[in-house]
Ligand binder design. Sequence first.
Ligand code: CMP
Length: 140
Amino acid sequence: MAVTRTLSIIKPDATNRNLTGKINAKFEEAGLRIVAQKRIRLTKEQAGKFYEVHKERPFYDELTTFMSSAPVVVQVLEGENAVAENRRVMGATNPADADPGTIRKEFALSMGENSVHGSDSDENAAIEIAFFFADTEIVG
Ligand code: CMP
């Protein structure tokens, strides 16, 4: 299987509760390497641009308000089949449906405040990584 990359975001509900280290441990225990990482505070406009694909959804305003409410940690994860592996480690979007041991099962508060974001395809991973990182900031 190929070594690939995915974009991860540790969301405000998790940074507020000081969970960055515990979430990073889940990634590293699963064999995903954190090859870039920075803590930033998104503006509502940046959050809106990042989640533009959801613009017509009823939760768009709630989502972008939440994502700009406190710091986030944006990361590039690298590993075998990184997109799918990260999604497995994160668990289902709704924590009520997430498998035991996953990040969302252990830490997420609700469907909206679900602690982490991960890219859903290799194509979107490339777009989302470029949204936050220059190539020179990613050190594998
Ligand atoms: P994420 O993986 O970041 O991608 C889009 C986000 O929208 C998703 O995680 C959830 O946090 C959020 N989301 C999806 N569905 C709902 C919903 N029904 N209500 C509120 N937020 C939602």
